[in-house]
Design a protein around this ligand. Structure first.
Ligand SMILES: [Zn+2]
Length: 466
C-alpha cells in the first residue's frame, strides 16, 4: 500500500517541480516528502517523468510484485557499504532498470541523486575534497639524568696492596687501551717476583740435574731410580714456577714483563713496582687516588668510560608506560646545553619503584663530542611513530548507520553514493580518515545528513513497510 503512496508522492513532486522550477522546489520537496523514495534530485526531465509513470504503471499492472517486494527486507542482505561500487552500479532492479537509475531502488545501494542546483555556495549541500594534513610528530617529554653507558665502562681496581708512587692521568683525560694509569710499589709484588726468580733458578738446577742423571744412566754410571728422582724434582720445579708466574699475572704483570724479570736476574728486577694500565680506551671519569696514598687489592682507583655514547635515565610514570610500549629502538631527542642530541630508547625497567611509582627508562645517546657529562640533568623527548600525511574531513561530513561510519562520495553525474570510512583522531571539528577515501575523492562536506535522511527514509518507506 505504501509503495503506491510513495510512488504517488514522487509523482506529485515532479509535478510541483515542473511548476515551481528548480529554485523553489527543494523547500517544497522537503515539505512534502515524508516517505518519498530516494531522490534529492528535483528537476525532472521528460523521460524521467515518464519513467516514474512507468513505475506507477508497472505496479498497477503487476500486483503480484507486492508480496515479493514486501518480502525483500534487509535481514540477510549484504549492506551496500560492504559491496563493491562497480558491482552495484551494474546491478539491475526488479523494475528492469539499472538500480542506481531507479528512483525507487537506488536507496538500496546507498545512492542518492542530487541535482547540481542544490550544490554550491547557496545550496543546502556543499561538496569538496578531503583535506591533506601533515601530521605533526608526536612526542613525550621527561626529565632525565646522564649516566655512563655501563657496556662502555670499566672500573679500574688495584691488583696489589701497596703505595701509589705515580699517577699518569687525571679525570677528563682520554686514554688508549694499555696506557699506564698508576704505579704502585707493592711489597707483595716484590715478594712474588723474588719467589718467581727462586723458582726459575730451582727449575734451571732441576733441569740440569735431570739431564746429568740421564747422561750418567746412559753411561751405566747412575741407577735408574736416580734418573726417576731427578725427573720428579724437575716436574716439581716446573710446577713451582708455573705457580709463581700465575701469581705475577694476577698481580698485574704482563707475560712480557715476566720474561724481563727472568732475563735481568738482577736486584732491579726485584722491585715491587706495579704499573696499572687501562684495559680499554676511553675517558678517565673519576679517580681520587693520589701519589703517596696507600691502596689495597681490589680497591677502585678510577673509572674509564667511552663517552661517545652515554645513557640517559628518565623516570616514567605509570601512565607513560603504555606510551613507550613497543617503542624500543625508537628515536629520542635529548635537550641539553641549548642543543639536541640524538638518542634511542633502549629499555624500560621491568618493575616499578614502589616508593615513587615510577619506572626507569634508559636511552642511549650519541655524544661524540663528549659534551654530555655523567650527572647532568637533561630533557628527554621520545618521538612517537608518525603516519605522515593524513586526510581530514569536517565531522559533519561523516555519518553513521548501524555502527558503520560513511561519507557520501561522488560517483558520476548527479549520483552520490555512500561509502564506508574508518576514522582516526578528531580535532577541532575535523576528523581524520584512516581509510576509505583518497584525496582525489569528491565528497559531500556539508549537508550530508539530508542525503542520509533520503536513504534511510526511503528504506523504511519502500522496502520494509508491511
Ligand atoms: Zn527499481
Amino acid at each position: 500500500m505504501i509503495q503506491k503512496k510513495t510512488a504517488f508522492l514522487g509523482l506529485s513532486i515532479v509535478v510541483l517541480a515542473t511548476l515551481t522550477g528548480a529554485g523553489g522546489f527543494f523547500a517544497a520537496e522537503h515539505l512534502h516528502r515524508t516517505d518519498a523514495p530516494a531522490q534529492a534530485a528535483p528537476a525532472k526531465t521528460a523521460p524521467e517523468s515518464q519513467h516514474d509513470a512507468h513505475d506507477q504503471h508497472q505496479h498497477d499492472q503487476h500486483p503480484q510484485d507486492e508480496p515479493k517486494e514486501a518480502g525483500h527486507d534487509h535481514g540477510d542482505e549484504v549492506s551496500d557499504l560492504e559491496r563493491p561500487v562497480e558491482e552495484m552500479w551494474s546491478a539491475r532492479c526488479e523494475h528492469d532498470l539499472l538500480q542506481h537509475q531507479c528512483d525507487e531502488c537506488r536507496y538500496e545501494i546507498g545512492t542518492v541523486k542530487l541535482d547540481a542546483s542544490l550544490l554550491g555556495e547557496n545550496g543546502l549541500v556543499r561538496a569538496g575534497y578531503p583535506e591533506k594534513r601533515q601530521e605533526h610528530q608526536q612526542e613525550r617529554r621527561w626529565s632525565g639524568e646522564v649516566r655512563l653507558d655501563d657496556t662502555r665502562t670499566v672500573r679500574v681496581a688495584s691488583p696489589v696492596t701497596g703505595l701509589i708512587t705515580r699517577r699518569f692521568t687525571t679525570p677528563g683525560v682520554k686514554v688508549e687501551a694499555g696506557a699506564p694509569l698508576f704505579e704502585v710499589d707493592s711489597p707483595e709484588m716484590a715478594e712474588a717476583k723474588s719467589s718467581y726468580l727462586k723458582a726459575a733458578a730451582a727449575l734451571e738446577l732441576a733441569v740440569k740435574a735431570a739431564e746429568r742423571e740421564a747422561r750418567l744412566f746412559a753411561q751405566k754410571i747412575a741407577a735408574e731410580v736416580e734418573v726417576q728422582q731427578a725427573k720428579a724434582k724437575r716436574a716439581e720445579a716446573e710446577a713451582e714456577i708455573a705457580a709463581a708466574r700465575g701469581r705475577l699475572l694476577r698481580l698485574g704483570l704482563s707475560p712480557a714483563e715476566i720474561e724481563q724479570i727472568s732475563a735481568k736476574k738482577g736486584a732491579s728486577a726485584l722491585n715491587g713496582l706495579v704499573t696499572i694500565r687501562a684495559s680499554r680506551a676511553g675517558t678517565v671519569i673519576e679517580g681520587n687516588a693520589a701519589s703517596g696514598e696507600h691502596t689495597e687489592t681490589g680497591k677502585e682507583l678510577l673509572t674509564i668510560s667511552d663517552l661517545d655514547k652515554v645513557w640517559v635515565m628518565a623516570d616514567l610514570k605509570e601512565a607513560d608506560l603504555a606510551t613507550v610500549a613497543n617503542t624500543s629502538g625508537k628515536e629520542a631527542k635529548i635537550d641539553a646545553l641549548d642543543r639536541s642530541f640524538n638518542g634511542r630508547l633502549d629499555t624500560v625497567a621491568g618493575r616499578m619503584n614502589e616508593a615513587t611509582r615510577t619506572a626507569k627508562a634508559r636511552f642511549s645517546v650519541d655524544n661524540a663530542e663528549g659534551l654530555l657529562k655523567p650527572g647532568m640533568f637533561v630533557a628527554v623527548r621520545l618521538l612517537l611513530p608518525t603516519r605522515g600525511e593524513t586526510l581530514v574531513v569536517p565531522k559533519v561530513a561523516v555519518l553513521a548507520d548501524a555502527g558503520r561510519t560513511f561519507v557520501f562520495t561522488h560517483k558520476e553525474g548527479d549520483y552520490w553514493i555512500r561509502r564506508p570510512v574508518t576514522l582516526g583522531a578528531r580535532l577541532n571539528g575535523m576528523v581524520e580518515i584512516a581509510s576509505g577515501l583518497t584525496a582525489e575523492q569528491r565528497i559531500i562536506i556539508d549537508g550530508s545528513f539530508l542525503l542520509k535522511s533520503d536513504v534511510l527514509r526511503s528504506k523504511m518507506g519502500a522496502g520494509c513497510a508491511d
